[in-house]
Design a protein around this ligand. Structure first.
Ligand SMILES: N[C@@H](CCC(=O)N[C@@H](CS)C(=O)NCC(=O)O)C(=O)O
Length: 310
């Protein structure tokens, strides 16, 4: 693929500094950049390019407008049912027994993805199961920041794209990423049964049911990134958290995803922070805001991170 990795690192660092993002890893070796060739014949990419305009046609339009929340919750709940065995439970209990001194990676993993992408979903499901928190860099279509970073660094716009500053690895290909995560942080276990295989069957259901939500940059999204990353307590298959993640994606807001699947030791942190175990719960250090109601979160996000006054 021919990336001059040192130049590329230099460029990425400049780019990231310009964009106000400083936590991208600096140490990469050429071998560690796992890039698959894409000559445009990737079938999933073609499916998505056909599906996208269709989904847009059937979508509820401007995400900042008042929504039919009955429909929102119904479609997100159906999406949850389609992915039922995956992305709800933290497997940390069975992985680590009763040992609560889990060795989480010292530096946060970084995932470039978008909410509607079924391959990205597969990775986020694995992250919930492995009880890993990550920095999410949403890459909606029409992205003004994060897609460029992936293209510059990895060589092409393909999602998901994982960066692990702990090992210096960066990689495309969801199944490779999932296997890597289980290998590295799941005590060498195999991915959960059906997690990889199921993507082709029901992985598209949330994308279709949510009709294009979490896919495209909102046209009125603020262009400059906020100074600090937002923080979201969530787990992948929670229907309300999904709706919030879609909005974060449509606004291209980078955030720390605190996964709190059932059984996660992180639930205690959530309880201490919010006084409840319910997700979603969002913290915005830029404005000192903390909200736990998904409707209020949506309205807060679209008002705060709009380039026009709503
Ligand atoms: N085989 C890849 C497929 C990834 C893929 O096709 N991702 C789509 C999104 S679902 C993509 O990157 N499309 C290009 C784009 O959105 O611009 C994987 O499993 O990660």
């Amino acid at each position: 693929m021919g990336i001059g990795i040192h130049e590329e690192n230099f460029f990425v660092q400049i780019l990231l500094t310009q964009k106000g993002i400083t936590s991208f890893p600096t140490q990469f070796s050429h071998e560690n950049v796992a890039v698959s060739e894409d000559n445009g014949s990737n079938p999933s990419t073609s499916v998505l390019s056909v599906l996208c305009p269709l989904l847009k046609l059937f979508s509820a339009g401007d995400p900042s407008q008042e929504r039919n929340y009955i429909l929102e919750v119904a479609t997100s709940t159906l999406a949850t049912m389609a992915r039922l065995p995956w992305g709800s439970r933290s497997r940390s209990d069975s992985l680590y027994g009763k040992d609560t001194s889990i060795e989480y990676p010292p530096m946060c993993l970084q995932l470039f993805e978008f909410e509607a992408c079924p391959f990205c979903r597969r990775v986020r499901e694995a992250l919930t199961e492995l009880d890993l928190s990550v920095e999410i860099y949403p890459c909606p279509k029409g992205s003004v920041r994060h897609r460029e970073m992936v293209r510059r660094f990895g060589g092409k716009e393909q999602f998901p794209f994982l960066v692990d500053p702990n090992t210096g690895i960066s990689m495309y290909e969801s199944s490779e990423i999932v296997k890597y995560l289980f290998q590295q942080y799941g005590k060498g276990r195999n991915p959960s049964i059906g997690l990889l295989e199921s993507t082709l069957f029901t992985g598209w259901m949330p994308t279709i049911l949510r009709a294009g939500r979490g896919m495209t940059l909102w046209e009125k999204a603020r262009v400059d990134p906020p100074l600090n990353k937002l923080e979201l307590f969530s787990y992948e298959n929670n229907p309300y958290a999904r709706i919030v993640r879609e909005a974060l994606c449509e606004l291209e807001l980078p955030y720390i995803l605190q996964n709190v699947g059932t059984g996660s030791p992180r639930t205690r942190l959530l309880l201490e922070t919010s006084g409840s175990k319910e997700v979603p719960y969002i913290i915005d250090p830029n404005t000192g805001t903390q909200i736990g109601d998904y409707k209020k979160i949506l309205s807060y996000l679209f008002q705060t991170y709009s380039k026009v006054t709503l």
